[in-house]
Design a protein around this ligand. Sequence first.
Ligand code: TYC
Length: 99
Amino acid sequence: DGGSVVLERRTQKVKPPQMHQVLMLNDDYTPMEFVVVVIQEFFSKDRETATQIMLKIHLDGKAVCGVYSKDVAATKVDQVLEAAKQSGHPLQCISEPVE
Ligand code: TYC
């Protein structure tokens, strides 16, 4: 039969996921070399970039090591804290929403 067809258009609202930055914090005990290796290993940085980030942490107290989705950022934090614990260093790492 001639049933009516109603097409409803809704505005598409698809926002990109909130990104989270992973920050490493300075302390007086963790060796610089350990921090450089951790940044290379878990944040996929080359040695030069990792060294620059480590020095920024050392001088400023903290620095961003990478920006990821919330779950990936949480995994990075876990990996860093586990590696620090295994090695007996007090290195601290946190994640927080960008902005
Ligand atoms: N401040 C440490 C030292 O002098 C080096 C260091 C850098 C420690 C970065 C932690 O996240 C850090 N040995």
